[in-house]
Design a binder for this molecule. Sequence first.
Ligand SMILES: *Cc1c(COP(=O)(O)O)cnc(C)c1O
Length: 387
Amino acid sequence: MNLSYILNELGENREDYFNAVAPPIIQTSNFAFKKVDDLRKAFEDEASAYLYRRGNNPTLKILSQKLAALDGAEDGLVFNSGAGAIYAAVVANVKSGDHIISVDKPYSWAQKLFNEILPRFNVTTTYVDGREIENFKNAIQPNTTVIYLETPNSWSFYLQDLREVAKLAKEKNILTICDNSYCSPLYQRPVEYGIDLVLQSATKYISGHSDVVAGVLCGTAKMMNKIFNAEYMNIGIGTTPFNAWLLIRGLRTIKIRLEKISETTPKIVNYLKLHEKVESVIFPFDKDFPQSKLAKEQMQGACGLFSFIIRAEKVDEIENFCQGLKHILMAVSWGGHESLIIPGCASISSNEFSPANMAHRTMRMYVGLEEAEYLIEDLERGFKTME
Ligand SMILES: *Cc1c(COP(=O)(O)O)cnc(C)c1O
């Protein structure tokens, strides 16, 4: 489907709402019926009806149609967080006694689900280095029902070969789930490689303005229907009409935002690579990235998230660097208009800092919509304040 059509028209029946160009926020908890039979039908198949806000809502429907089309999937559901989408996707597809294979260090709340919640229900997880297909093969057990992927990983930037993993999983009748937050469907479409369920944090590039927390899950109509009628309705994790409206608004500009970010990021990466205070830069589209060939084959773009390893002997130097920045904000999340940084040393107490440990000197940076020169000048300011 044509991208311009998806972003500007798909799902928008303007004659239903006074030919308004922008869709309405249908802020209602319930919907009224004229005929008992229509109400009966809605009870029988809530997924196809407008009955109650915990289920469907017309503003959400416009959004979910667009998001499913972007992923090249049959259907999609929008959650009130990316973590909610992860939870529903996984929990809907395991039962007591099952085994999951996950890539190493997926998103932190996926780890929490695998390490703390699912073991209480007798579901176990094996983590593998997803860079080698052999590691998935070797981890498969007779009770493996789910393979969980995140490519590129939003911290290590390690990739998995989606086509290879999907092929292996299909042979073994294992369901595949991929966290596609890093690329967004504009730059990677896991469904086209044979992945069953694709999710992303809509908080990141779909919103793009750092004002919404939401998640998307797309797959077959049958799978989405199953999840709608169980986890989605039971936990009540659908997004609100207002947030759906903001996400539709975000989608209008996603293409140009990503183009701008894709233009700025290599400039920042190249500046950092040449800086004496920088040991290395980890960015999937950099020519020195070990999996850059796979990245170029599998992804259409690489966006604005990367890491660099700063040269520092003392934790104070890194703290001074971060606190010396004037424009680049120190904050979690990413995908918005504003550039961000998180130092790895914020995850340890300062007396644990060891310069020999690369993770302590890792800086995760996100490039937003500012001009490259503006950001480089700010990074220069940070480096100058290190000593
Ligand atoms: C942010 C993020 C999530 C979680 O999304 P929320 O909207 O914050 O719940 C999941 N995966 C990745 C890779 C993320 O960056």
